[in-house]
Design a binder for this molecule. Sequence first.
Ligand SMILES: Cc1ncc(C[n+]2csc(CCOP(=O)(O)OP(=O)(O)O)c2C)c(N)n1
Ligand code: SF4
Length: 268
Amino acid sequence: MDYQKYLRTDNFPHIWCSGCGAGVALKAILRAIDELEIAQDDIAMVSGIGCSSRTTGYVDFNTLHTTHGRPLTYATGLKMARPDMTVIVVTGDGDATAIGGNHLIHAARRNIDMTVVLYNNHIYGMTGGQASPTTPIGDIGTTAPYGAIENTFDISGLVIAAGAAYVARCTAFHAKLLGDLIKKGMEKKGFSLIEVLAPCPTAYGKLNKKGTGADMILDQKETAVRVAKAEKMTPEELDGKTVIGVLVDRDIPEYIESYNAAIARAAQ
Ligand SMILES: Cc1ncc(C[n+]2csc(CCOP(=O)(O)OP(=O)(O)O)c2C)c(N)n1
Ligand code: SF4
């Protein structure tokens, strides 16, 4: 596959540290797009602010690198104005579930047709390691020097409960599966979210003594359990595991179709 044609190499070198999961996620997104044979000019990729959100700077699509926490608002307006566009949002756990948490649940509730790829590295990477809504209890962040004390969001569970049509979770280790899950999400009519567990060795890993990026990615291999296997396991057996695969795939009314139907009713 020719990845080169999708990249703005004139913006390289990229900012991502060695061992960061962001590059794996980007490659999986590009593979999904390539397999679906979507023209580059028909794609709009929107991101917020963060290491994850820097993705838009490196790809040759229509791109919007917006404000922290707000990519879904820009993406919603864009999709309403140009429903013909394939809209992809790239965001982080801080961007999407802290400052942008409200937008996330409402975009999912509306079930507007777009695909969100959320890089969950359990911390604010770009700003040096503040705790995020997914920092596990007891883990260290610069804003939680004695260990995080707040309950965490299960991002996928949150978005399922809010009403998304398609939700999947994967790790950076399972790169091939990740591309397949993103592809399915892009094919889905409605709001789809793929949560990517992406190692951040520099901030989260260093503060929590998780070793190198390679160590963190190998740990993902050990702790991941596919959905089909997880269904046969007890809650005790699943403790400390990460369930990966398609978590929800349902056909429910999509926002723009409902909106157009409302306009048609108003015009009668
Ligand atoms: C309104 C606003 N508040 C705070 C910031 C500072 N800021 C930039 S990136 C970031 C956190 C990014 O974390 P996350 O979304 O998890 O992305 P990561 O860098 O970990 O990929 C913060 C707090 C900002 N740019 N704008
Ligand atoms: S700080 Fe963390 S999230 Fe940011 S590029 Fe480095 S490894 Fe990736």
